[in-house]
Design a protein around this ligand. Structure first.
Ligand code: ACM
Ligand code: ZN
Length: 505
């Protein structure tokens, strides 16, 4: 009997015999893990339609033990022992217990049949390769409901994904309220929808109550929620709401098309900092994570070059190129976040034209146009998250080169490409490699008009990425992943997740 886990655990040793139970075993153990144990019982009840039995003899026992490893890896590490007489899960922290319970959940989802659970006797010792194992969801181009996001967070955590990067704003919609700037919602969260021209324009945003609830839901699953506000480009929703913050003064509209638009925040207008400050205050209040993503991608400078206010700013700062204004804004935004005890993250464009000003060292760079951004950033001493569109991390691209496959543009991310991505490059020194926090898969939603489509694009590529970010480099084996995948996809079926099943490679 094979167990076909994804991600593949670090150490897995089979022993003689099986654990068997009629119905589902109870889950009990040390009081400190009460939250994780209750949640796992609730997940299994929902997944399989029956509650686990009472905790006790012959069931699952969760025990606190000294760390198996040092540091963050130690907090996430766990040991799972399955014997004929019961199942023991040991970890030093709630995160480790939660990951262990998710591994057990996988074993139960595939081992439960005809009211009987069968799991081979084994010992698993497991911990992550990287501390940042992320998934980004764009909720601007398409608005996903809180209930869908919960479904997603739950299944992501089944794969030990531990970062949810929430792309909350873009040209096509602003998705959370900022008290002093009500038009961000009144105007910025609505748009004409040419896909559904008869649909009334409605405000689509998350209330503070919904945001707090999602953050708590993620936290219970040991997922950190990192909010992104994309600045200073991809801001047509802001400009539609507050046109005097653009270089031309507008009028602007929340865009229904997609692409890169020349209208961006006016770098010569100090009032943009009032708005950004209020936005950062709101994020600091709603999100406990230490990070805030400030975007920085795809910022055309044509408006800045023509704008008298921007030209005046350029002259005052002694800059030669309009692009340097972006570096100046990045530094300002980073300072504003620092005063709110937050660490900034930016897309790799933030590295450009920074020779004169430099960049604050705490800024974390997300490498998306390729891997070069990650290389350059780590060489400059920045921590890095790898999400290269060229190397398996863009999940809005088609799964395969077939005309019927949905996806943005002509580019392809095969399951194989997602599996083979490697956040650490051979060119990196050991010191640079140590700055790589991990990686993530990005789901942009220009074409993903429904939950089902989002699922189809995510799965199973996010499973492949999850294994890359969790399992040791030495155990990377695509043939093994491909062999395990059909069993894993049956688990996803039970969780009502639509998964692509075409060619992998
Ligand atoms: C991006 O894909 N524009 C970060
Ligand atoms: Zn301007």
């Amino acid at each position: 009997m094979r167990i076909d886990l994804i991600p593949q655990p670090v150490y897995l040793e089979y022993r003689e015999g099986f654990f068997q139970s009629t119905g589902l075993p109870g889950i009990g153990g040390d009081e400190v893990f009460q939250g994780e144990m209750a949640l796992a019982a609730e997940q299994l009840h929902r997944d399989l339609g029956l509650p686990p039995g009472p905790p006790g003899k012959g069931g699952v026992v969760c025990r606190e033990l000294p760390p198996l490893r040092e540091g963050e890896q130690g907090k996430e590490a766990y040991r799972l022992t399955v014997t004929g007489g019961g199942i023991t899960l040991e970890a030093s922290a709630g995160a480790g217990i939660y990951h262990g319970l998710q591994t057990l959940r996988q074993l139960i989802l595939s081992g439960y049949e005809d009211n009987t659970l069968t799991i081979p006797c084994l010992t698993i010792t497991d911990y992550p390769r990287f501390s940042w194992r992320g998934c980004m969801l764009d909720v601007s181009r398409h608005f996903y409901t809180p209930s869908f996001i919960k479904k997603l967070l739950d299944v992501l955590s089944l794969h030990h994904i531990n970062v949810f990067h929430w792309h909350l704003t873009d040209d096509q919609g602003w998705r959370f309220p900022v008290a002093a700037y009500p038009e961000l919602i009144e105007i910025g969260s609505k748009r004409r929808d040419t896909r559904n021209p008869r649909e009334p324009q409605v405000k689509q945003f998350y209330t503070p109550v919904e945001i707090r609830e999602l953050v708590a839901y993620a936290e219970a699953r040991h997922i950190m929620v990192v909010p992104e506000v994309d600045l200073p480009g991809h801001t047509k929703a802001v400009l539609a709401a507050y046109p005097d913050l653009g270089c031309t003064g507008g009028p602007y509209e929340v865009d229904d098309r997609h692409g890169i638009f020349s209208d961006v925040l006016c770098a010569g207008n100090d009032r943009i900092f009032d708005l950004v400050g209020a936005v950062f205050d709101t994020l600091a209040e709603l999100f406990p994570a230490p990070y805030v993503h400030i975007g920085g991608d795809e910022v055309p400078v044509s408006r800045w070059e023509a704008c008298p206010k921007c030209r005046r700013r350029l002259a005052e700062l002694g800059f030669e190129r309009a692009r340097q204004l972006q570096a100046w804004l990045t530094v300002r935004f980073a300072q504003m976040l620092k005063s709110r005890s937050k660490i900034p993250l930016g897309w790799d464009e933030v590295l450009e034209d920074t020779e004169q000003l430099g960049l604050p060292e705490e800024l974390v760079v997300m490498s998306w146009r390729g891997q070069e951004g990650g290389l350059k950033a780590s060489a400059a001493g920045h921590r890095v998250v790898m999400a290269p569109s060229s190397d398996g991390c863009y999940l809005d691209y088609r799964h395969y080169d077939l005309p019927e496959e949905p996806g943005l543009g002509s580019r392809i991310t095969r399951v194989y490409d997602a599996y083979m991505t490697n956040p650490v490059l051979p060119e990196m020194t050991a010191g640079e490699a140590a700055l790589v926090l991990g990686g993530q898969g990005n789901l942009w939603s220009e074409l993903l008009y429904a939950d089902r489509w989002a699922e189809y694009m995510l799965f199973p590529r996010i499973c492949a990425l999850a294994e890359t970010f969790w399992s040791p480099r030495e155990s990377k084996d695509f043939a093994s992943f491909a062999r395990r995948l059909p069993v894993h996809q049956k688990r996803l079926d039970i969780l009502n997740i639509l998964s692509y099943r075409g060619p992998l490679q």
